[in-house]
Design a protein around this ligand. Structure first.
Ligand code: SAH
Ligand code: SF4
Ligand code: F3S
Length: 466
């Protein structure tokens, strides 16, 4: 067993990143059996689940959307906030119950929660029925661990990694829109955040490998790709090969997939060169997720975010000025340790200044092993909840305002699937990442269509094909 050790991640010295070409031969030894996979957390996990699905399907397992039918259950976990963790342990209860009836059921945990030593200890002590615990750095070992499962708990977790696997295979959820990892891990160490510990040091994939993947997806007819990293602006820095995110974005755009997106951009180190590339190519979508986290310089400093509110505003204004019709969304944390009412009001001020198209808002959740978890905090839970409520009111007001600007306009929408708003509707996204429910048939799925917007709500638009 390799138990993760958080201290290793904290004291990372710069080491060479090793790019390793995966060459796997997986035999279908579980033909006729079924898998159930549940994914928690961010796009990284969603994409990792596509890798997990590939392994399970190569082993012969068939997909099942019903837990009770499964021969293997995989929970791809998230550790970003306490409630993400609670959801996983809540669901594990259902799996435990099922295993009492189905003795051969294999239960497997992977994802960020498994990279936390305290959680691994809990699984070892209180959840002995879990068969496999695998970390984020060695997912490709999953087929081997499943084949070797023998009723005893097997834990394979590494605290850190200098490896980047290339030639990874995926069973993708969509034939229209695809995720592409460009960078793994994170070296920013924002004091509240567990990600640098769960995903390890920042490692970039080589540009030629990424572009090869983009070419392949284009050949397969993909309409949209999203370049994925915790902090895409830092892409390439660890490699020192003379290219950066702007280079990658430009080369990707030139390949000609109709829609190119990227996520997430840290406000630190967002260069003018990047903004110019985004502005220049019509197939780079005018949508940027730019987390601010707080509107108070004091709090930003305590968060180790490396920018001031003034610097954020300047960047925000430059993007708005240079990228036509751009939409900008953000993430905000309220109730960071000892956040004063004044600090919080500054957060409201920046929201009022930027009038974001949308914002994900969270109450600070202390994560074991991070610096902020050790900070003194006198603010009550009720106060934090009340601030979140006040913030959401303002945030939602601007989301609605920005959506209302679309009323009566004709926009291009990439239709991605059926809508849950009615049998006669499909849904998709504008270039600015607005969700649109469109009256129309399923034949439109996978196409970019012109839609006239007839109604605007806080979180979606309604329209008709014109
Ligand atoms: N790499 C991205 C963020 C990934 S985590 C970035 O830096 O922008 C997504 C969001 O979760 C963060 O932006 C932050 O707002 C929130 N978050 C992270 N850790 C948190 C914590 N301990 N408590 C509450 N929210 C948190
Ligand atoms: Fe977490 Fe900060 Fe890294 Fe984002 S940049 S993943 S918030 S440490
Ligand atoms: Fe993502 Fe959650 Fe891990 S947000 S990186 S799955 S902790």
């Amino acid at each position: 067993m390799n138990k993760p050790d958080l201290c290793v991640a904290k004291n990372r010295e710069k080491v060479t990143i090793n790019h390793i070409n995966l060459d796997m031969n997986i035999k279908p030894v579980f033909n006729g059996k079924k898998y159930f996979l549940r994914t928690y957390g961010c796009q990284m996990n969603v994409h990792d689940s596509e890798e997990i699905k590939y392994y399970l399907e190569k082993l012969g397992y068939e997909y099942s959307d019903t837990l009770e039918d499964a021969d293997i259950v995989v929970l791809n976990t998230c550790a970003i906030r306490e409630n993400a963790k609670d959801k996983v342990f809540g669901y594990l209860g259902r799996c435990k119950h099922l295993k009492k009836i189905k003795k051969d059921l294999i239960i497997c945990l992977c994802g960020c929660l498994t990279q936390q030593p305290s959680e691994v200890e809990t699984i070892m002590d209180k959840h002995k029925y879990v068969d496999i615990v695998i970390g984020t750095h060695n997912l490709s070992e999953l087929p081997k661990l499943i084949i070797e499962a023998n009723g005893k708990q097997n834990i394979e977790v590494y605290s850190n990694s200098d490896k980047v696997f290339e030639n990874v295979k995926y069973s993708r959820d969509s034939k229209i829109s695809a995720w592409i990892n460009i960078q793994l891990g994170c070296d920013k160490f924002c004091t509240y955040c567990i990600v640098p510990y769960t995903r390890g040091r920042e490692r970039s994939r080589k540009i030629e490998e990424i572009l090869k993947e983009v070419q392949e997806l284009k050949k397969q007819g993909y309409m949209e790709i999203t370049l994925l990293g915790q902090n895409v602006n830092a892409y390439g820095k660890d490699l020192n090969l003379g290219y950066d995110f702007a280079t990658l974005l430009e080369e990707t755009a030139k390949i000609g997939i109709p829609r190119v997106r990227f996520v997430t951009s840290h406000p630190w180190n967002f260069t003018d060169k990047m903004i110019d590339v985004i502005a220049k190519y019509p197939n780079i979508m005018p949508y940027i997720h730019l987390p601010i986290q707080s509107g108070s310089d004091e709090i930003l400093k305590k968060m180790n975010r490396r920018y001031t509110v003034e610097e954020y505003k300047k960047l925000f204004d430059t993007i708005k000025e240079k990228v036509q019709n751009v939409s900008i969304t953000t993430d905000i944390i309220v109730g960071f340790p000892n956040e004063t009412e004044e600090d919080f009001k500054r957060t409201l001020d920046i929201v009022n200044y930027c009038k974001f198209d949308g914002a994900f808002t969270f109450i600070f959740s202390p994560r074991v092993g991070t610096a902020a978890a050790l900070m003194e905090d006198k603010i009550s839970k009720e106060e934090k909840e009340e601030r979140l409520h006040r913030l959401n009111e303002v945030v939602n007001k601007y989301s609605l305002e920005s959506n209302k600007k679309y009323l009566g306009k004709v926009v291009e929408v990439l239709i991605t699937g059926p809508s849950d708003k009615g049998e006669d509707k499909v849904c998709g996204y504008t270039d600015t990442m607005k969700l649109v429910n469109v009256v129309g048939s399923k034949d439109l799925i996978g196409k970019i269509v012109k839609v006239k917007i007839a109604d605007a709500k806080s979180f979606s638009l309604d329209g008709v094909v014109c």
